[in-house]
Ligand binder design. Structure first.
Ligand SMILES: Nc1nc2c(c(=O)[nH]1)N[C@H]1C(S)=C(S)[C@@H](COP(=O)(O)OP(=O)(O)OC[C@H]3O[C@@H](n4cnc5c(=O)[nH]c(N)nc54)[C@H](O)[C@@H]3O)O[C@H]1N2
Ligand SMILES: Nc1nc2c(c(=O)[nH]1)N[C@H]1C(S)=C(S)[C@@H](COP(=O)(O)OP(=O)(O)OC[C@H]3O[C@@H](n4cnc5c(=O)[nH]c(N)nc54)[C@H](O)[C@@H]3O)O[C@H]1N2
Ligand code: SF4
Ligand SMILES: [Mo]
Length: 871
């Protein structure tokens, strides 16, 4: 399979040509607008305005070209040191989202009471006043019945204004049920870095200084979290570094890589521990970081235990324990049987990865971790960075610099008896129960388990939900086991959805509230990092609202607070209107729009207010706006950009930190031992507390939560066999899936550019949704290119077209995530009226299963087997 690369280079070349025609369409778009007279010839110079793209979690600072109140072009914000002028193809697609004719243009209410898939809600337009009045009335009713905990706030994507709606609102109102989407996103990945180096977050990767990239299900030029930077520098990376991609699919990055390792889905852990085994047996670990044997004649011999006292560690903890407990027998030959990768390839990758160290990156993505038991895979793959000393090091994996922002003002004074009592009731997502440890940040129940909520709603466990508000989420589509969500949404008596489009979830709404688009119609900010820079970038309303929309995280909660106050519960309104004060003028907000801007200024104040800047030795002069360049440089090095005030920050649009300081974490990791842990005392502690809470043993917890580990192995990065639904006889193929270069998460499918350029994803077809089958398998089951097929799993079925493609490992079949919408818009659905999907939603065939230690939903690792039936 590694031989087949050449034919794919051709495919990739064609893909690049398509991208070029993508920008032609953009030109066409603006020319068409001009022909229609939208652009005034006298003012066609237009204006670039800064904002932020949230098409994915890269969260890029951008600028938008505005001509006569029309956005015509998006590019990177040149003030941003992470991405400069670069965006990925999806940055441009935001324009089509903004001008999507099927956007929700004003508030509406349902007039047909029966809820269900394909049942027309018969929405009719209403005023904002009526909409907020109805929602507030329901909320008051619940409080009057002392059932405020039966109100749920569901969050999908967000900006860092989130706490206004997601924290303050539910906690002042009186419910524990504010539940976010994080656990369907990438928590298992963070589990790996947390239980080794004490960092529950995405890592940055020092691409410009690296000499080896080992990507675990990561496809950085298409997805993950620094896409424009990766696209921009990948040529240089390929010049200087070797790239190896572990992925059952020939991704865009794999097609350009030196080595492609088409692993059997879910078996990544075996590969990771075998690489560690080779690094230790061949003495290739980084002595400076890990330390060494006291007596140089001792070594790690295959199959033999080593005396712990013989090794002196420097910045790590437990390397010998790891060897003794897990690694000593995990040879490449052993791993080959499990992973389907040859022993020679494993030896090669291990040696080359270590030879490039410490400038080597082991890049763990959701692909290799959002699997049942995937938390341990994330640990194993991330631990390789520890072995070669690339953690927090030049050319390696980095944490991030501090972005100085504020939290929302304290709200405890506004919580009444009901809020305090009902706020402590059990959460609907069962986090922290014996079966769902969700050990975020070392705490039992530290993270959410959103996908469990559908079951909880259906079984009224721990109680029935009477009302919910959802914003920027679409769980009926985006959660695996999606049909459970269809039933759960039918059951919730009252649901309000804050959204740009009538998505699947909106179909179950009693009220739909139109949200401004995050890039063009919103005040907000997000924090992110890449290219060794951490930053905060502003979402700004760069246009007048196109429709009667409001800002989701600030304006809408403000209006709700006003209505609740009118109806006798004024705590939320008093909190919003007294605690939020404009840092420049001292004014308090009088309406939702003022509230949006004032709260943003407050939260970002440490970045733009010169009176708050701290330098090492002095406080800078406030009034002096003409700092000389050296002084600027000096300050930048110390912490980050500085501004003369809010207006200056707003115009620039982004705050950049100073460059990442390497090796500052060495000896100072946020773990129980302060070292990089190969034997995770931090995880042991978390598991122990969780077990004690449930009056049981750690082994019992592991058994209940579907892990194979018992005893000490639970505390080290180790191999766990892939867990799959369905038996091999009935379901011969392992199913796995991937993202699209054109997915703005689940929100691209009403855009023509998506379908017109879908073949930028290797193996995919324009204007189609295909399941990719290796020709060897296809011939066995008599399937040809273009056949309509059903993909059937133990939990559901979808249909789409077959595509014969060598870029998929035989025995597995793959399909891109994203299509299969039965709502969202006239293009996204094949028949919006009838609720007939275009293509197939993978979440209907993926079972709802979990990596329970991290709380994550397991969409990867070949979690289900399927059969293919020709129709
Ligand atoms: N099978 C499978 N499932 C997946 C994934 C996968 O790769 N495969 N990916 C997972 C991941 S990583 C994530 S993060 C989740 C994402 O899943 P969700 O958090 O549910 O987000 P989206 O599916 O992107 O849907 C967001 C919804 O918000 C609304 N919306 C769109 N734009 C805006 C806007 O600008 N403002 C507001 N207020 N609303 C808007 C629309 O109704 C849209 O449907 O999906 C997860 N689900
Ligand atoms: N283009 C694009 N980029 C995005 C987003 C987007 O919607 N579109 N969303 C953003 C978000 S919300 C997130 S959370 C991140 C997700 O970050 P990504 O790194 O993109 O994660 P996934 O798409 O979940 O990973 C899928 C990859 O894993 C491979 N894979 C599947 N199963 C296995 C397996 O068992 N082992 C291995 N080794 N690989 C496997 C798939 O073939 C695919 O290449 O991306 C962000 N970036
Ligand atoms: S889609 Fe993601 S990578 Fe692309 S420009 Fe937007 S935030 Fe950046
Ligand atoms: Mo995500």
């Amino acid at each position: 399979m590694e031989m087949n690369r050449r034919s794919f280079i051709k495919a990739t070349a064609i893909s690049s040509a398509t991208i070029v025609s993508g920008s032609l369409s953009l030109k066409y778009f603006s020319e068409k607008a001009r022909a229609q007279g939208d652009i005034n010839p006298e003012t066609q110079q237009g204006e670039w305005k800064p904002s932020t793209c949230q098409g994915c979690t890269s969260w890029c600072p951008v600028q938008v070209y505005i001509v006569n109140q029309r956005a015509v072009k998006v590019m990177g914000n040149t003030n941003a040191r992470a991405n400069r002028w670069n965006v990925c193809p999806r940055g441009h697609m935001a324009l089509q989202q903004m001008y999507d004719p099927d956007r929700l243009k004003g508030p509406m209410k349902r007039t047909y009471p029966v809820k269900g898939k394909g049942i027309d809600p018969q929405f009719v337009p209403i005023t904002w006043d009526e909409a907020m009045d109805t929602i507030a009335e329901k909320m008051i009713e619940l409080r009057n019945e002392n059932e405020s905990h039966k109100f749920m706030l569901l969050r999908g994507r967000y900006s860092f204004m989130r706490d206004i709606i997601y924290e303050a609102l539910p906690k002042i109102y009186g419910t524990p049920n504010n539940i976010s989407h994080s656990s369907i996103c990438a928590e298992a990945e963070k589990f790996g870095s947390y239980y080794t180096e004490g960092f529950w977050d995405y890592r940055d990767y020092d691409l410009l200084n690296t000499r080896y990239v080992l990507a675990w299900g990561a496809d950085p030029i298409s997805s993950n979290r620094q896409v424009p930077h990766a696209i921009n520098v990948w040529g240089q990376v390929l010049d200087r570094a070797k790239v190896a991609v572990v992925d059952p699919r020939l991704s865009a990055t794999a097609a350009k890589a030196k080595i492609w390792l088409p692993v059997i889905p879910g078996e990544d852990g075996a590969l990771a521990v075998a690489i560690a085994h080779v690094i230790l047996t061949e003495g290739l670990w980084n002595k400076e970081f890990v330390g060494d044997f006291i007596d140089q004649s001792v070594q790690f011999d295959v199959g033999k235990e080593v005396d712990e006292a013989s090794f002196k560690e420097n910045y790590t903890f437990g390397v010998v324990k790891w060897w003794n407990i897990e690694l000593k027998d995990k040879t490449p030959e052993w791993a080959s049987e499990r992973t389907g990768i040859s022993p020679e390839t494993i030896y090669n990758v291990a040696r080359e990865f270590a030879a490039a160290a410490p400038h080597s990156i082991s890049w763990v993505s959701p692909g290799a971790s959002m699997q049942v038991r995937g938390g341990y895979t994330a640990m194993a793959a991330h631990a390789l960075n520890g072995l070669v000393g690339s953690v927090d090091n030049v050319g390696g994996t980095l944490q991030g610099m501090k972005v100085p922002d504020n939290t929302i003002p304290k709200f405890t004074d506004y919580q009444d008896e009901i809020a305090l009592t009902n706020g402590k009731k059990k959460k609907m997502d069962h986090r922290g129960t014996k079966v769902y440890p969700s050990l975020k940040d070392g705490k039992s129940g530290g993270g959410s388990i959103i996908n469990q909520v559908a079951d909880s709603i259906l079984t009224d466990d721990p109680y029935d939900i009477k009302m919910a508000i959802g914003y920027w989420n679409n769980f009926t589509f985006s959660c695996s086991g999606a049909s459970r969500w269809e039933q759960a949404m039918e059951k919730i008596p009252f649901f309000a959805h804050i959204t740009t489009n009538i998505s699947e979830m909106s179909q179950y709404a009693d009220i739909v509230l139109p949200s401004g688009h995050q890039m063009f119609e919103k005040w907000g900010y997000v924090k992110s990092k890449y290219n060794r820079v951490s930053y905060a970038t502003l979402n700004q309303p760069v246009l007048d609202n196109l429709w009667d929309v409001k800002m989701d995280e600030t304006e809408i909660p403000w209006m709700l607070a006003e209505k609740l106050a009118e109806k006798g519960f004024d705590n939320l309104y008093r909190y919003y209107s007294t605690e939020f004060i404009d840092p420049e003028t001292g004014d308090r907000p009088k309406n939702g729009l003022e509230f949006s801007l004032i709260s943003l200024k407050m939260l970002t104040q440490p970045m733009w207010d010169p009176t708050l800047y701290k330098t090492k030795d002095e406080q800078p002069p406030i009034e002096d706006e003409s700092w000389d360049i050296d002084e600027k440089e000096r300050r930048r090095r110390w912490s980050g950009d500085f501004f003369t005030g809010w207006e200056n920050f707003r115009e620039v649009g982004v705050w950049n930190s100073s460059d990442y300081i390497y090796r500052s974490k060495w000896g100072n990791f946020n773990t129980s031992t302060s070292q990089f842990e190969f034997y995770s005392e931090t995880l042991k502690d978390a598991l122990k507390k969780h077990a004690e809470k449930h009056v049981t043993t750690i082994d019992d917890v592991l058994e209940t939560t579907k892990y194979q580990a018992r005893g000490e192995v639970a505390f080290v990065p180790h191999y766990e066999e892939a867990y799959r639904w369905g038996n091999e006889e009935e379901f011969p193929f392992i199913f796995f899936e991937h993202r699209s270069r054109l997915n703005r998460e689940g929100r691209s499918q009403n855009l023509t550019w998506y379908y017109a350029h879908k073949d930028v994803d290797p193996g995919d077809e324009r204007w189609d949704d295909v399941v990719k089958i290796n020709p060897i398998d296809a011939s066995k089951i008599g399937v040809n290119n273009g056949d309509t097929v059903k993909i059937i799993s133990p939990v559901g079925e979808i249909s789409c077209h077959a595509k014969l493609w060598e870029g998929i490992r035989p025995g597995t079949i793959a399909k891109c995530y994203g299509q299969g919408h039965w709502a969202y818009g006239a293009l996204a659905a094949k028949d919006f009226q009838q609720g007939i999907p275009r293509g197939g939603n993978n979440n209907l065939i993926l079972p709802a299963d979990y990596d329970r230690l991290s709380g994550s939903t397991a969409r990867h690792g070949g979690v289900t087997r399927v059969k293919i039936v020709k129709i």
